[in-house]
Design a protein around this ligand. Sequence first.
Ligand SMILES: Cc1cc2nc3c(=O)[nH]c(=O)nc-3n(C[C@H](O)[C@H](O)[C@H](O)COP(=O)(O)OP(=O)(O)OC[C@H]3O[C@@H](n4cnc5c(N)ncnc54)[C@H](O)[C@@H]3O)c2cc1C
Length: 430
Amino acid sequence: MSRVLILGGGLAGLSCAAFLADAGINTKLLEASPKLGGRAYSFQDSKTGDTIDNGQHIMMGCYDSTLELIETIGASDKIDIQEYLRVVFIDRKGVEHKLEASSSFYPLNLSKAILRYSALSIKKRFRVLDLFLDLVCIEADDLIDTKVLQWLKNEHQDDAAISALWEILAIGTLNSDIKKASAAVFVNILKKIFFAGNEATKIIIPNVGLSELFNVPASKFIEQNNGQILLSKRVTGIEMEENSIKRVNTTNETYNDFDFVVSALPLYSVEKLAGFPEFEEIAKEMSYSPILSVHIWLKENNFNERFYGIIDSPVHWLFNHDKYITIVTSAADKFVTTPDEEIIESFSRELSNVFPVFSRDLILSYKIIREKRATFIPTAESIKARQNFRLKFENFLLCGDWTEAFLPATIETAVLSGKKAAEYILEQNL
Ligand SMILES: Cc1cc2nc3c(=O)[nH]c(=O)nc-3n(C[C@H](O)[C@H](O)[C@H](O)COP(=O)(O)OP(=O)(O)OC[C@H]3O[C@@H](n4cnc5c(N)ncnc54)[C@H](O)[C@@H]3O)c2cc1C
């Protein structure tokens, strides 16, 4: 029976460890930080005492591996799954436009949802529907060198359709400027969401903090199944001999009691550890995109919906947590160095223009979180660099959200990659 050393306790590492633990494989996980979850975690806000996430995370019904992980670790009651796809978009005049597919008669319900989407003229809704239907025949691989914006224009989508629908979908799924991201990844993700049945289109929102959803139950599950989780263990070096990894060093210890090492580290970490020239090649092609999350506590919360998409605005999404709201801006480069006060003033102006229930003087308290390297940008260059990437070491596997060339950096990509690493190891044990 294999002994597996996993490096990194983000969702990819936890996924690998949990699926291996479920199969009775002995795992040891080393995590540099004193907490698990990597880029997906929650913490207690010092002013209000409320538990908040480092950034709002949503999932989709097409997150098959994530849903499997959630079930495996016994956390299925910690998520809310929509009955059917329903998103309320709001334009800058404050008018609501619903994208709503009742649960019956898939995929007719999706066509109806598009044809009823009032943010676009009737003619434009038909053009959008045309492109959705064409997606069946479009091969993502053929679009590596085409940027999302260019692809949409090639497919006869005009500026209004792009800003009222496509851009919100693209920026939400890719966290990238549509002038930079490759259409291959966007098409791939659209197909996963819209062409895999009704369930896949539903939006899933955690009803607890991210740590309570993933990190606490995963670590409990792993430890109950003879896995070991070691926090505050920063890996400082990986030593190789001939064709395999022999030793993994942390600041104080050396580990050599393993049959497999699984790296679940971000590329920028693993690149430094081993001196593999292959990683340097990829790292040259990777660039990152920030996410800005603003948690706001209000004297009175009169928002009706659980969340809103906002059209043509620097604020992309508003999530309503009752006690507080969270507003999210993806691809938020221009806000990374903006002072908190400026952000809160300009976002308050924006929100009060759009929502009659919001005004600046309702704000009791706020917390702004800038995740500078929230996700990588899926450019053509980064896809090509990762597409044919192979390491020659037999006992060394890679997972993490950057390891799947045709998928964006998401929870599902991280969990899927961890599951694949676990499956590979299980196959070797047959
Ligand atoms: C603000 C924000 C919002 C997001 N929103 C969404 C969303 O709505 N939906 C969605 O699907 N995805 C979302 N994502 C993306 C998602 O969070 C990530 O894709 C996913 O969590 C990545 O997991 P990972 O395990 O691959 O990497 P990471 O989470 O980066 O985990 C890597 C781990 O390795 C550890 N590590 C690094 N170096 C070392 C070392 N030397 N030794 C030991 N350990 C080390 C790190 O501490 C970390 O715990 C969001 C991300 C952010 C930041």
